[in-house]
Design a protein around this ligand. Structure first.
Ligand code: G1P
Length: 291
């Protein structure tokens, strides 16, 4: 195995306005909406930690401060819980060593590529991960951990992919696949939100990336693409041929929490899997469906 620079940093683009979930997201960041009893962002942060990420970079915007509050120490809460003899372990995943959570602001919503570029000074000159919290990935090991394992073998740039029905490809970034070896597929081309008849495959980018720092310089000169936005996919496409580029097919479940149906599916699926409430939720769901 070649010695690669480890992936220590992860960027979380969380500046979005969450318009699809209004009015719920008027005052609360979309990423804090709970799936059962953990906010969406917590799933992504836990996945990153499991993969060995040490430093999390949130690309935030106005009205998103509560995201940082969530990962701070809440003295009043902790004191009250302790006085009542309650276990504080439930708050453990929300703890951060000072300096390990950094925020930068994306001042104007110019697209995912622009959001990532906003983190360039913190990312510096090392490979880094990106996690889109809308995509809730459930697996053992988690999606990013699976990618880090692949990265240790092939290096370069990696994206997670999964197959969707053809008619859904236009909502995503799509890969032009090359040779496949196990879960690894060579990426020959990338296109953001293509029309169904122009899509090079039905393998879509599912919100996890391991990229080399050169992508920041590529983003610097990236013009607007699909939807008039500066697209990460377009910048990545320009790197193909210059550096290794692979897709990892994620072995696990994925929920698109950017849509209401996906969010409800995630909530139900994760609730059903829980030891504490699963059996009750199953009975309740059956009753509701049969009514
Ligand atoms: C973004 C990416 C797209 C990717 C998708 C995954 O699109 O641009 O390539 O497939 O996330 O959810 P968005 O959902 O921000 O439109």
């Amino acid at each position: 195995m070649i010695d690669r620079k480890p992936i220590r940093k992860a960027v979380f683009p969380v500046a979005g306005l969450g318009t699809r979930f209004l009015p719920a997201t008027k005052a609360i960041p979309k990423e804090l909406l709970p799936v059962v009893d953990r906010p969406l962002i917590q799933y992504a942060v836990d996945e990153a930690r499991e993969a060995g990420i040490e430093q999390m970079v949130f690309v935030t915007g106005r009205g998103k401060t509560a995201l940082v509050e969530h990962f701070d120490i809440a003295y009043e809460l902790e004191t009250t819980l302790s006085e009542r003899g309650k276990d504080l372990a439930i708050l453990e995943p929300t703890r951060f060593t000072p300096g390990d959570l950094i925020t930068v602001r994306q001042q104007v919503p110019l697209g995912l590529g622009h959001a990532i570029w906003c983190a360039r000074a913190i990312v510096g000159d090392e490979p880094f991960a990106i996690l889109l919290p809308d995509e809730l990935m459930v697996g053992k090991p988690g999606c990013l951990a699976q990618m880090v394992e692949a990265y240790e073998q092939v290096g370069g740039n990696l994206i997670s992919v999964l197959e969707v029905p053809r008619e859904e490809v236009s909502s995503y970034g799509v890969i032009e696949p090359g040779l496949t070896d196990g879960t690894l597929t060579e990426v020959r081309g990338l296109v953001e939100k293509p029309p169904v008849d122009k899509a090079p495959s039905n393998k879509i980018i599912s919100g996890r990336y391991i990229l080399q720092p050169e992508v920041m310089r590529t983003l610097e000169s990236q013009g607007r693409g699909a939807g008039g936005e500066i697209q990460l996919t377009d910048a990545m496409a320009r790197m193909i041929g210059q550096q290794p580029f692979h897709a990892v097919t994620f072995a696990g479940k994925r929920y698109d929490c950017g849509s209401k149906i996906g969010f409800i599916e995630a909530t139900l699926a994760l609730a059903l899997e829980r030891d504490d409430i699963g059996p009750d939720v199953r009975r309740m769901a059956k009753r509701l469906v049969e009514e």
